[in-house]
Design a protein around this ligand. Structure first.
Ligand code: SF4
Ligand code: SF4
Length: 68
């Protein structure tokens, strides 16, 4: 089953991946603050991910890895 892994240290919480995801399953994790002071993105529903990589292609910081 595909899923994404967000590198929380690199992510700057810009939300571009959220807009890019056709399944709308990426959210900002308000309970986590990374070393740069940002709330990183996370997957809200792993079972819905189709592994399309739109989020990874959109991320300006290459913080998302897609596992298929
Ligand atoms: S791989 Fe596709 S479906 Fe999965 S989180 Fe990224 S944009 Fe959404
Ligand atoms: S596009 Fe990249 S840097 Fe921006 S919130 Fe998503 S994972 Fe983080």
């Amino acid at each position: 089953m595909p899923k994404i892994i967000v590198n929380e240290t690199i992510c700057k919480g810009c939300e571009l991946c959220i807009g890019a995801c056709p399944k709308k399953i990426i959210v900002i994790d308000k309970n986590t603050i990374n070393i740069k002071g940002y709330h990183p993105a996370k997957l809200s529903d792993e079972s819905e991910c189709i592994g399309c990589s739109m989020c990874a292609m959109m991320c300006p910081d290459i913080a998302i890895t897609v596992e298929r």
